[in-house]
Design a protein around this ligand. Sequence first.
Ligand code: KG4
Ligand code: ZN
Length: 337
Amino acid sequence: MKILAIETSCDETSAAIIEASSADQPIVVLSNVVASSLNLHKKTGGIVPEIAAREQMIAILPVIRKALYQASLTPNEINSIAVTYGPGLIGSLLVGVETAKVLALAWNKPLIPVNHLLGHVFVNWTSLDKVPSFPALGVIVSGGHTDLVWFSSPSNFKWIGGTRDDAAGECFDKCARIILDASYPGGPAISREASFVQSSPRVLPRPMIHDKSLEMSFSGLKTAVTLAMQSGLYSTDQQKRHLAFDLEQAIVDVLIRKITTAIIELHPTCLLVGGGVVANSVFRNRLSSLSQEMAIPLYFPSLSFCGDNAAMIGAAAFMVPSTPPPLSVVADPGLSF
Ligand code: KG4
Ligand code: ZN
């Protein structure tokens, strides 16, 4: 089964071809082309939705053509088309969804609408020796979401916790702007500056870390970072590096604590982690230590599959397929679990 997948939920325009045979076999990524309009958003510091969507309209067909070319396939050799239908920016989602509908009708292929968040989980079926087992704890940590999701099986899942306000990635982004005047995405900038420091006094709070629930809250960290900057104690580059270090530790401390609580309470057979923040090396290292300490198998994507990409949408389409009539598929910016 070969699936052409399309992802346009944020600033990326991505198309991929994946090949899969059964859920207990790894999914093979034949091509995964990702174009981004990030450079065009540097001036504003954040993504301008209209600019992103306009660029995606220009990029979408060349990106799809390139994905087919790199996989050495013609449209005839594709079995179905998958597309992200939410959550995300409405203009961006529309470009992918409408393109996928037209191609599905023109090429006479089934269309599989995919929840972007499931993509971040099922990307873990690509490039593996051994596929994950169930029940599993899904952990999605991205720019828009921080979710803990219980998977009894691939298609049977339930949201069990997560942030009640800002996502972890959003916290990295907003604080990077406050501390370093860095534009989106701020996570890599915080991580780079923090890496110059070996340790730092703990000045920032670890919000809700002692709360027994699986809820998180990251918006207070932004206020704490603003107050720290206003104190005048973080004016030099070295001082800012210390604040970046403490911020990274604070976010990771909270995430690891909540994941640990969920493991103790629910006894999953493995951890399925995904999302842009999983590119963070401190988080990756702490996840690996946790996996060893608690003897629980851990799956997280290689760096190139942490951020948004269409291969993950193809993987989710294979694992949780549904094929409604193509014309009934509509973009849903507020889609959740
Ligand atoms: O999954 P993703 O590409 O897009 C969404 O679906 O949101 O995640 C993007 C997020 C941004 O907030 C970005 O700052 C964060 O992932 N991110 C990182 C790192 N690389 C990307 N956060 C911390 N450390 C990183 N190295
Ligand atoms: Zn994402």
